[in-house]
Design a protein around this ligand. Structure first.
Ligand code: EPU
Length: 440
């Protein structure tokens, strides 16, 4: 069991090298895709994070045999004995994850039924599943809400359909892909999300035998097939983790080489990193990120779906922006409540105001509503130590970075949540020279 509270003595720059492996937001979906194959799949570069353990448990509960391969981070997933799982078992494994919703399409194809418990995930707004359920209904699934969760059934084979998403949701796009590949006939998805992790999921499905085309203007067409095979695939690197370490280098005045990071999937982040004043060097095997040694610049950012600036990049970067000279603005347009983490930064001496108004030019679903979704950060601030509690995965990373950049010793509780998405987090901090102790 990992320690849940950490005492951090700030003021030491993070210097050194860390390796990022497969993206949390691809690997977990790739594991679910293995359910669709008639033969075993091999997935490489799987990080040891708790979200992977959750999906492993859930797949195991459904009869998928999972073994570790010869290479570190290799999983072999054998779906030949897929079976229905008991409600209680699904609940026990699902924990705080939202992944169970993506089991629906594959299980409906294989077993004709699926069950979803109450879903968790990070507490960053309501995170509803209405798009998912609407899409599944359009494929012909019957959705029944029970006190213990949601039961889905497919009396006949699911049928391809025309779907238009009201918002380019990552999860709902994945839901359509994982359902349409084995449905009867063709599916046309409009308003799709096109994040690199989705493109990599499409690569995997194509390896399995699916026929999927990605057209212009967020249109994806899928021709359903009768049979899919297992795949062998090396997962796309975790660009969110890479961006987190990059921001940590800026905030602590450090110099971090992120092995495994690639330019193509991080272009939008790199532009902003450069505008803040950060220096990066793209190498064949990774990207080096460092503080310039001179004051940082303020920036104006609006988070958005790909190819925009990812919502998961803003929290660690906000810590660096507290050190920039001048006023920065971050308009969060993906989640309505993703600034809870700034309370701790304010307690540590940052000057941040959060507003209901849209402070940006991006059309946003949260305007004129009661959501505090724009942040104004005035710097530079010298952060000082505090006792803080981690609220969610990305907010948690930013709290740790804030403590690393602050004067004095901070106590950060609930840090266990960070292992949902960051592999070997404490080992990496040690390798970068962070000064901290874990409470037993
Ligand atoms: N939404 C709905 N109804 C739905 C589904 C989504 O209203 O049925 C809304 C959400 O409330 C949100 C927006 O649509 O406001 C976008 O949500 P999306 O479905 O795109 O997010 P997700 O699939 O639940 C994934 C990642 C998130 C990442 C987002 C956006 C995984 C497991 N999670 O979530 O990652 O922020 O896409 O890129 O892939 C993280 O890694 O810390 C994380 C939260």
């Amino acid at each position: 069991m990992a320690a849940d509270t950490i005492t951090i003595t700030g003021g030491t720059p993070l210097n050194g090298s860390v390796r990022v492996r497969g993206a949390k937001n691809l690997v977990t979906k790739a594991m679910v895709a293995a359910l669709l194959g008639e033969t075993p799949s091999t997935l490489r570069d799987v990080p040891k994070i708790s979200d992977v353990r959750v999906v492993r448990g859930l797949l195991g509960a459904h009869g998928v045999k999972i073994t570790d391969g010869d290479e570190d981070g290799e999983l072999i997933l054998d779906p030949s004995a897929v079976e229905s799982a008991h409600f209680a078992e699904i609940n026990a494994h699902a924990g705080s994850s939202r992944i169970p919703i993506l089991f629906c399409g594959p299980l409906l194809h294989r077993l004709g039924e699926a069950f979803i418990p109450d879903l968790g995930g990070c507490r960053i707004g309501d995170r509803p599943i209405d798009f998912h359920l609407d899409v599944l209904r359009q494929f012909g699934a019957i959705v029944e809400k029970l006190p213990s969760g949601i039961r889905l059934s497919a009396p006949q084979r699911l049928r391809g359909t025309k779907v238009e998403l009201p918002y380019p949701s990552v999860g709902a796009t994945e839901q359509v892909l994982l359902t349409a590949v084995r449905a009867q006939g063709t599916t046309e998805l409009r308003g799709a999300a096109i994040e690199p992790e989705i493109m990599d999921l499409i690569n995997i499905l194509q390896k399995m035998g699916a026929v999927i085309s990605v057209d212009t203007d967020r249109v994806i067409r899928i021709e359903g097939v009768d049979r899919l095979e297992g795949y062998t695939h090396r997962a796309l690197f975790d660009r969110n983790e890479a961006a987190s370490w990059a921001a940590a280098a800026l905030a602590t005045e450090g110099d971090i080489f992120v092995a495994g990071a690639k330019q193509a999937e991080m272009g939008t982040f790199l532009n902003v990193f450069r505008k803040v004043g950060g220096v990066f060097e793209i190498q064949d095997d990774g990207i080096r990120f460092r503080h310039p040694g001179t004051p940082l610049n303020p920036v104006i950012i609006e988070t958005d779906v790909h190819p925009g600036f990812m919502t998961d990049w803003q929290q660690p970067l906000v810590v660096a922006l507290t050190k920039a000279t001048g006023v920065s603005i971050v308009h969060e347009t993906v989640y309505e409540q993703r600034f809870g983490f700034v309370d701790a930064l304010i307690e540590m001496g940052a000057t941040i105001q959060v507003h209901r108004e849209c402070l940006g030019s991006q059309a946003c679903r949260f305007g004129q509503r009661n959501f505090q979704h724009s942040a104004v950060i005035s710097g530079p601030s010298a952060l000082r130590a505090a006792d803080i509690a981690v609220p969610d995965l990305r907010g948690g990373f930013s709290h740790v970075v804030a403590a690393l950049s602050a004067e004095g010793a901070s106590r950060v509780s609930n840090v266990g949540i960070i292992s949902r998405g960051y592999e070997n987090f404490f080992e990496k901090l040690t390798a970068l020279g962070a000064n901290f102790t874990l409470e037993a």
